[in-house]
Design a protein around this ligand. Structure first.
Ligand SMILES: [Cu+2]
Length: 68
């Protein structure tokens, strides 16, 4: 398992936080996802054998947010 923190731009309310959390939770291999509106970041714990940082970032982008 790996844990990484990804800066997420474009979240403006708790609805955005919920959306990002849901998207992250739907990725196979992601075991835990914490999203902070205040810090504008997502902390994701994932199995690097099942998914990748690139795939996680792509999912966030697809949801309509920007990753740094
Ligand atoms: Cu929002």
């Amino acid at each position: 398992m790996e844990t990484t923190t990804i800066p997420v731009k474009g979240m403006t309310c708790m609805g955005c936080v919920s959306s990002v959390k849901r998207v992250l939770g739907n990725i196979g291999g992601v075991s835990q996802a914490e999203v902070s509106l205040e810090k504008a970041q997502a902390t994701v714990t994932y199995d690097s054998g099942k998914t990748s940082l690139q795939a996680i970032k792509a999912a966030i982008t697809d949801a309509g947010y920007d990753v740094a």
